[in-house]
Design a protein around this ligand. Structure first.
Ligand SMILES: [Zn+2]
Length: 264
């Protein structure tokens, strides 16, 4: 386990990993969406909204979710770094309202566990009447904000390459493929026919599973929904870089598709 944000006893502190984002006059709007306690420890779910320069039409609203599994640091660090990148280069977000959730499972992050401290895999709890505070808070946001797209960042310890789940709108595959192609310059793609027990093609899985973080069941039209997975065993910096390339490319691709008004 990496120790990017550990206290003296070696235990991680979820607040520390978000410290770079807690600065005065930041170009994003930080909001604490909810707080809860687990025994003596208190946790919060933080949202960072970055609004890019205006594009040609209405703003496209995209949610970026990381750290749903507490032991997958790459996505968390990539989400933090992506916001810092946007601050330096707002053009990357032209036409977008980006809602970034760098740490969706803060107790699991501190414990270095996939599950939250309640013992739940939060990515199996969505839209099933979950009582987990992290899930309830995120469900409320997802339902209210009605995203045009959702991107979740994960790491898989059984995969030796990059891959993605492409769900929701038909357009999703046209967003994912170029993004995978770009990320492949950093880490190899997993081209095996079966990944995570799913049938896969060129690192793409076109199915999800019950309880995963996704748009509300009633959402119409369906947004594009992407789960991007990096190989957990790869070097952390390479995984972060792959996430950053993937995010930039996916956003650029979706904006282009909107601009040409393709009804795919
Ligand atoms: Zn995961």
């Amino acid at each position: 386990m990496t120790s990017s944000a550990s206290d003296k006893k070696g235990r991680k502190n979820y607040r520390k990993v978000l410290t770079p984002l807690q600065k005065a006059r930041a170009p994003w709007l930080a909001s604490t969406l909810g707080t809860w306690n687990v025994a003596a420890d208190s946790y919060a779910l933080e949202q960072f909204l970055f609004v890019g320069p205006r594009g040609g039409g209405d703003y496209l609203r995209v949610g970026i979710f990381a750290g749903v599994h507490g032991d997958e640091d790459a996505g968390v660090l990539a989400a933090v770094r992506f916001l810092e990148e946007l601050a330096r280069e707002p053009e990357l977000a032209r036409g977008y309202e980006l809602y970034v959730y760098p740490l969706c499972n803060p107790s699991g992050y501190e414990d270095g566990t996939r599950h939250s401290r309640s013992g739940r895999d939060l990515n199996r709890e969505f839209w099933q009447g979950s009582r987990e505070p992290e899930v309830q808070i995120l469900e409320r946001q997802i339902r209210t904000l009605r995203f045009d797209g959702l991107i979740s960042l994960h790491a898989d310890n059984e995969s030796r390459g990059l891959y993605a789940f492409a769900l929701g709108a038909q357009v999703t595959q046209y967003v994912v493929e170029p993004a995978l192609l770009a990320a492949e310059k950093v880490l190899p793609r997993n081209c095996e026919p079966t990944i995570d027990h799913f049938t896969a093609r060129n690192g793409l899985i076109r199915k999800g599973y019950p309880g995963m973080l996704c748009a509300a069941p009633e959402a119409r039209p369906r947004p594009f929904e992407i789960v991007f997975e990096t190989p957990h065993e790869a070097e952390l910096e390479a995984q972060i870089a792959a996430n950053l390339v993937f995010l930039r490319q996916a956003l650029e691709q979706y904006l282009q598709l909107q601009a040409v008004g393709q009804d795919l």
